[in-house]
Design a binder for this molecule. Structure first.
Ligand code: COA
Length: 388
């Protein structure tokens, strides 16, 4: 099947309909918060809460707020620090939320700004001129506003003709975006698509909740999915993409525009990220491991031969178990690299950061897997093979 994209200068070679990853890009916020800093701030908040509620606690009417602990966080999650866009207000026990200044409608919005930085890096690494990109997907777990789409703002900032739209599949947004982009290439509707994932997760995290205050960090990633005919010499063939969703309330956020009916409820904890971490752990590990193994079978590939797994970065223990089931042995950091220690959970961007930082050393012909999982539940696999 040889199709061409009608409304752009056609490439010298006919399109193949075979999608590849031409390059990736990464924006990392300058500021980061260590577990020590985070726990000191939380414990100060807990002490103040307990002091101001001393009588009620004494009377047994409310429970005292326990301290958080650096040791617990690292042991339970593997996270040692996280990058954020707005450090000081998050650590201020009187605020404990990022303070992002409003910008005028004539200024680029923050999500678009960091998405553009990641996208420009991907374009530069691919040697691609923005005018030769056909579409932009902004795939992320939270959008700064409902409309106009963040993707269209990114598209304009980069000078891209064509189209863009936003998509949200929580932690699986980026892999769902990659499959969508790959399908455009497969169908001949686009030859070059940017999948941009600006994840300002600090905005949806309840920094006052001991069970989850350590989980998330901010970042932006970009993946350039293209037809093999126009890809740079070094690229990653996309062997297959597979998506799965199964409804679950175990990771939930009730924030939304209909909250206006009850404005007093907007400050309640369920309008931020809430999860049953244990249940997520237990239910998602087998689901994802099975999905990877089934997809490998379809590709007639022994999953144990996968050279590297770039897994979703939510919890080091989950990744250890999934990698073990897939590779049939305990994976080392070369086989299943982590970025959790320095980035924390960056929602859909996590597996893309891992791929971006830990893929240059692979050899032509090596097979690998980008895999996401999270709220929905949602999971996505992208099997890739290094070319050249
Ligand atoms: N500091 C110290 N102790 C803490 C704590 C903290 N910050 N947070 C919780 N604890 C305590 C709990 O109170 C509990 O104490 P108890 O045994 O006396 O009741 C104990 O530690 C265990 O808590 P639990 O919540 O069961 O911990 P866990 O081992 O399940 O780890 C997660 C928590 C969130 C790290 C883990 O469940 C996880 O990562 N799950 C997967 C989450 C995921 O992938 N989500 C997707 C997000 S997009």
């Amino acid at each position: 099947m040889q199709q061409t994209v009608s409304d752009k200068a056609s490439s010298a070679r006919p399109l193949t309909g075979r999608p590849v990853i031409s390059a990736t890009g990464l924006f990392t916020p300058e500021e980061s918060i260590s577990n020590e800093e985070l726990v000191a701030s939380f414990n100060e908040y807990a002490d103040r809460f307990n002091a101001s509620n001393a009588e009620a606690i004494e009377a047994g009417e409310i429970e005292p707020m326990p301290h958080s602990s650096v040791e617990f966080i690292e042991k339970a999650s593997g996270i040692k620090s996280r990058h954020v866009m707005s450090k000081a207000p998050i650590l201020d026990p009187d605020i404990m939320t990022p303070r992002i200044e409003d910008r005028g409608n004539d200024q680029i919005s923050l999500m678009a700004e960091i998405g553009v930085i990641a996208a420009k890096q991907a374009l530069e690494r691919a040697g691609r001129d923005a005018k030769d990109v056909d579409a932009v997907l902004c795939a992320a777990s939270n959008m700064q506003r409902p409309y106009p789409a963040m993707a269209i703002e990114i598209q304009q900032a980069l000078g891209i003709e064509g189209f863009g739209f936003d998509m949200n599949v929580a932690c699986s947004s980026a892999t769902f975006g990659i499959q969508t982009a790959a399908d455009y290439v497969r169908a001949g509707n686009a030859r070059s698509v940017l999948v941009v994932s600006p994840e300002i997760t600090s905005g949806h995290l309840n920094w006052r909740d001991r069970d989850s205050h350590f989980i998330f960090g901010d970042v932006a990633t970009a993946v350039l999915v293209e037809d093999a005919a126009i890809a740079p010499e070094q690229h990653w063939e996309i062997l297959s993409t597979k998506l799965k969703t199964v409804f679950s309330n175990n990771i939930r956020n009730n924030f939304g525009f209909l909250n206006r009916a009850h404005p007093e409820s907007i400050g309640e904890p369920d309008k931020l990220f809430v999860q049953e971490g244990r249940k997520v752990f237990k239910e998602v590990v087998p689901m994802v491991a099975e999905m990877i193994i089934e997809e490998a079978e379809k590709l007639q590939m022994n999953p144990a031969t996968l050279r590297r797994l770039w897994l979703h970065q939510a919890n080091a223990g989950m990744n250890r178990l999934i990698a073990q089931r897939v590779l049939a042995h305990e994976a080392n950091s070369d086989e299943s690299p982590t970025v959790l220690d320095t980035y924390g959970n960056t929602s859909s961007a996590g597996s893309i950061i891992a791929f971006h930082q830990h893929s240059d050393d692979l050899a032509a012909g090596d097979n690998g897997l980008i895999c996401s999982f999270g709220a929905g539940y949602s999971a996505g696999t992208v099997f890739v093979r290094k070319v050249a």
